[in-house]
Design a protein. Structure first.
Length: 407
């Protein structure tokens, strides 16, 4: 049996990011950019006005005061997107809109609200410093410079930058196709004929949802009975994906055949037991070079194992650098007992009170109790060496929230 950390190290050490693919810019949202992005031109491309007002030669206003105003002659008007081919002469001003290119000779902008407009003239009552309300060419981005480094996650800010430098397509790491197999002769599909001895296959849906929630593509291959030949055939089929998840059949029962099939020719079993609860039986290996996770069948065990191992692996494939869930420290509101030697992942509800986090368990922690997973917003992580966590102690807590807007 190996530790959670050793298991993660083996898994992540044997998985590499998938290749890049070109996608249209908006498709890149939430994905990891797989190329360095440079700007071909200066941003902004020319000196322009930051305000609606008047472009002037700053020195023309020097000496101006409330009781000693300076008159400037308004010789033209520039709306945004228009260039005027006139050089500003001494004592002249040009009416200018935000974003419009500054005319030759002008070096400052006076806001509209600051001047009095009379006929074709403006009255200025203070000296204007050079550069006032001017946006300089290249002040944001210099032509030829790197604007987004490979490995950056595309948020709306990165999408803005790509668009601003003229990129309608960008390369992002591919989304892994994840094939999902649920093993167990007792299983039926949701709409299948349910008799007392049958269990509805909820794991395929739970796992597919988790795969989707982290941005990968689930392919549900359905239920497989506990028969070696059928299992072997479906695993070979599943190896057409980028990663395989199977659930059930990894413990020590007579019908637990997953790890045996993973030890046959063409496959490789790296480990099959991890010192954690829930989720101790957990096989990891390769079939035809494709990583396969043999998760336990109990619904909570498979969900917790997915969180700890499969999600980080998928995130690595998608090019993310942050692979694990964010964790915080929280004060536990009840005593919790555990066995030494195992890392525990306990379903919890956390809330914030008076600037600190408080957490309690969601009740029944059996590995088949889905209702306590439904109530949970965190997993309380208790270290291997602990035997008892007392009420009032601080514990590590893993968030379980996702942003489903990307699904
Ligand atoms: P196993 O790991 O195959 O021994 O399965 C343990 C228990 O988990 C079984 O007795 C089932 O009750 C449950 N189980 C296994 N597979 C699934 C599944 N796909 N959906 C829901 N429950 C399952
Ligand atoms: Mg089974």
């Amino acid at each position: 049996m190996i530790s959670v950390d050793e298991a993660r190290e083996i898994i992540l050490g044997s998985i590499s990011p998938l290749r890049g693919e070109k996608v249209s810019l908006l498709e890149a949202l939430g994905r990891v950019i797989a190329e360095d992005i440079y700007s071909k031109r200066d941003l902004p491309p020319v000196n322009n006005s930051a305000m609606d007002g008047f472009a002037v030669r700053a020195e023309d206003t020097w000496g101006a005061a409330v009781d000693k105003p300076v008159w400037l002659r308004v010789v033209a008007e520039v709306p945004a997107g228009v260039v005027i081919r006139r050089t500003l002469g001494k004592g002249e001003a040009v009416k200018i809109m935000t974003g419009a290119p500054l005319p030759e000779g002008a070096d400052a902008v006076i806001r509209k609200e600051e001047v009095e407009e009379r006929d074709e003239k403006i009255l200025v009552r203070r000296p204007i410093p050079p550069g006032l309300d001017v946006r300089y060419a290249g002040e944001d981005v210099r032509a030829g410079s790197l604007v987004i480094a490979k490995g950056t996650t595309a948020r709306p800010a990165e999408i803005a930058m790509c668009a601003a430098v003229g990129r309608s397509f960008v390369s992002v790491h591919q989304r892994p196709r994840v094939t999902i197999v649920s093993t167990g002769s007792e299983l039926v599909e949701i709409d299948g004929e349910v008799s007392p001895e049958k269990i509805i296959n909820s794991n395929s849906y739970a796992l597919a949802a988790s795969v989707k929630a982290c941005g990968a593509i689930p392919v549900m291959l359905g239920i497989v009975p506990d028969e070696r030949n059928v299992l072997r055939r479906i695993f070979l089929e599943a190896a057409k994906g980028d990663l395989i998840i199977s659930s059930g059949g990894v413990s020590v029962g007579d019908y637990d055949l997953v790890k045996e099939v993973m030890q046959e020719a063409g496959s490789e079993l790296k480990f099959w037991r991890v010192a954690m609860r829930p989720g101790r039986p957990l096989a990891f290996g390769f079939i035809g070079g494709v990583p396969i996770f043999g998760l336990p069948g109990n619904p909570v065990s498979s969900a917790v194992s997915f969180e700890q191992f499969v999600r980080p692996a998928l995130r690595k494939m998608m090019g993310f650098k942050e692979l694990l869930r964010p964790v915080v420290r929280a004060v536990v509101e009840e005593d919790i007992e555990k066995s030494v030697g195992f890392r525990y992942f306990i379903r919890g509800v956390m809330r914030e009170e008076g600037g600190r986090y408080l957490v309690k368990t969601t009740g029944g922690q059996g590995s088949g109790i889905i209702s306590s997973l439904v109530k949970a917003n965190v997993l309380i992580v208790l270290p291997e060496e602990k035997e008892l966590v007392k009420r009032g102690e601080e514990v590590e807590v893993q968030f379980l929230t996702d942003d489903y807007s990307l699904v």
